[in-house]
Design a protein around this ligand. Structure first.
Ligand SMILES: O=c1ccn([C@@H]2O[C@H](COP(=O)(O)OP(=O)(O)O[C@H]3O[C@H](CO)[C@@H](O)[C@H](O)[C@H]3O)[C@@H](O)[C@H]2O)c(=O)[nH]1
Length: 337
């Protein structure tokens, strides 16, 4: 199959490309031409040869999309400005107008361009658990039949896009993703915005890529909204996820007072249907930590060596950590080489 992937060089995009090519599909990547994306494409081209091509373009320009759509069978639409750990370096909540243009107008353009084709194509769109809103007071897990209640620009954009897609004449499937962290993890101050006691389902980016690749070839997913998460064994509190990652890379867990206590829009989800259809739940958070360690390589030695300094720098980035001086005990906690 020929698959057009928008936002191909982001976190989920790169995982999807790998799995699509692995199952024998040809991938056309649609993304903005930045230095970083050009570098990623060069690396992927070396690995995948004729199975991959690129179409540099802007999702806000419908003519770019029309050209990219030629001869494709399925579209996987990932291009979006997300709230945290965004590949673009922009965060939807800081630049809501720019984000709206890319997220909603971009999706509108894509739908319009696809609808104008002689035979409209299939579309997989990645939405997010965020659309359920702040649900910590409700009994988990979230079900697909639960109402949406988007609390921020990003999830309002997702709900608007979901509705546009549902009301289109395309053959569509919507994947609402749980928290899926990139393997090349950057620890930025956004990590402090989630309360440690917040429920959060984890899903490995490679498993999302696998679910997308399986979905492209599936007969059964169309017309459905699927909740895509790691399943009950990946039902965590944010504290568990963060602790595993920070311990794994040698930084060590940071004190509770550095974190927000305003609830965050993540939760556990009922993924029974998606797992039955796609059989994608293959990895756990432990696999992720190993992947992050591998990606960091020798840098882990230096993180461990300079652990108190790294902890100091991180804590000073927290908008919630009000202490003028970070106690030595906090900085040196768990230090060993
Ligand atoms: O105008 C733009 C802005 C962004 N992008 C690309 O979109 C991708 C976004 O990637 P990233 O920021 O790493 O996001 P992901 O973690 O991959 O986000 C995926 O998963 C999210 C849910 O977790 C969804 O909201 C997103 O749509 C989906 O791309 C990148 O390649 C960007 O270059 C564009 O093509 N055009």
């Amino acid at each position: 199959m020929r698959v057009l992937v928008t936002g191909a060089f982001g976190n989920i995009g790169q995982s999807a490309i790998y799995e699509l090519i692995n199952q024998g599909d040809k991938v056309r990547c649609f993304d903005i031409k930045t230095k970083k994306n050009v570098k990623i494409f060069k690396r992927l081209k070396k690995l995948y040869g004729d199975s991959i091509e690129v179409f540099w373009g802007n999702i806000t320009n419908i003519e770019d999309i029309k050209k990219a759509l030629e001869d494709q069978d399925v579209v996987v639409h990932l291009a979006f400005i997300i709230p945290k750990l965004s590949a673009t370096g922009l965060e939807s909540e800081n630049v809501p107008d720019i984000a709206y243009k890319v997220n909603v107008i971009g999706t509108k353009n894509l739908i319009k361009a696809m609808e104008e084709l002689p035979s409209p194509k299939k579309l997989i769109f990645t939405s997010s658990v965020h659309v359920f809103g702040l649900t910590q007071h409700l009994e988990p897990p979230r079900k697909v039949s639960d109402p949406v209640n988007p609390p921020e620009h990003y999830s309002r954009h997702k709900v608007e896009c979901e509705n546009l897609i549902k009301n289109s004449n395309l053959t569509w499937c919507i994947y609402r993703l749980a928290a899926s962290l990139p393997v090349n993890l950057k620890l930025d101050k956004g990590m402090f915005d989630v309360p440690l006691s917040n429920r959060m389902e984890y899903v490995h980016t490679k498993d999302v890529g696998y679910a997308i690749a399986k979905g492209v070839r599936s007969e059964d997913i169309w017309g459905r909204i699927l909740l895509i998460g790691g399943g009950p064994r990946c039902w965590y509190y944010y504290r568990d996820i963060l602790e595993k990652v920070l311990e794994g890379i040698g930084v060590g867990m940071l004190p509770e007072e550095a974190f927000s206590n305003v609830p965050f829009a993540t939760d556990w989800m009922d993924t029974t249907e998606s797992e039955e259809l796609l059989h994608y739940q293959r990895r756990t958070i432990e696999d992720y930590v190993e992947d992050v360690k591998r990606a960091l390589g020798y840098k882990i030695f230096f993180i461990k060596l300079f652990r108190p300094t790294v902890r100091y720098i991180l804590l000073k980035r927290s908008p919630y950590y009000n202490r003028k001086y970070v106690p030595l005990k906090v900085l040196w906690e768990g230090y060993r080489l």
